[in-house]
Write a protein that binds this ligand. Structure first.
Ligand code: FMN
Length: 175
């Protein structure tokens, strides 16, 4: 089934995040924000009160394919870290690209108790690659849903002969 969502207000105004910035947040098991730092507050444009215990999709940009978030959740719920380029939407309607590393957090008994994301300034090649890929994936999702999106992404990865995390990591650090 192809799900259509109402597009949130967004503009073409891009905000570039500063070089040394670390935008961090922690969530519970369902992606509700339990902590975010000052940089998160600054770039999202919301107050801490507006963000606390809100779903992370509060900053979801309509240009992001659903397939990317499915992949993200598949990885972290299975105890694995994931790297991802994410286009985020601020309260004002501007967008800002981030390079995110998302990891599960564990208790002393090895149970996952939440998730943690650290976002850095993305490389130009990373943004350019993700932007092109996501545009194609969105188009495919429109007609073929997430199955189509996943199949497309898997084909792209096959052509690189690398895992998803490897491709993303290399775009950031070896691009
Ligand atoms: C630790 C963590 C950080 C996340 N950070 C973001 C983020 O910066 N932007 C975003 O759109 N989604 C982020 N997500 C994914 C959201 O939980 C959600 O899956 C996504 O926004 C899509 O929401 P939707 O399925 O309601 O459209 C994060 C999830 C976790 C676990």
């Amino acid at each position: 089934m192809v799900r259509r969502r109402k597009k949130r207000f967004h503009t073409n105004n891009e905000v570039r995040i500063a070089a040394q910035t670390l935008i961090t947040s922690k969530t519970d098991l369902h992606g509700y924000i339990t902590y975010c730092n000052d940089d998160f507050i600054h770039y999202s444009g919301y107050t801490e009160k507006e963000l606390f215990m809100q779903p992370h999709s509060i900053i979801r940009h309509p240009d992001m394919p659903r397939t990317v978030f499915k992949l993200l959740w598949d990885y972290v719920q299975n105890g694995k870290e994931i790297f991802a380029y994410v286009k985020n939407l601020s309260k004002s309607g501007s967008f800002y690209w981030v390079f995110a590393n998302i990891t599960p957090s564990y208790d002393a008994n090895n149970n996952i108790i939440g998730y943690y994301s650290v976002r850095r300034q993305p490389t130009a090649i990373g943004i350019q690659t993700a932007d092109g890929l996501y545009k194609e994936m969105l188009k495919i999702e429109e007609t073929e849903g997430m199955e189509g999106g996943e199949a497309y992404l898997n084909n792209v990865l096959k052509s690189f002969k690398k895992s998803y995390n490897q491709v993303i990591y290399e775009l950031q650090y070896k691009g």
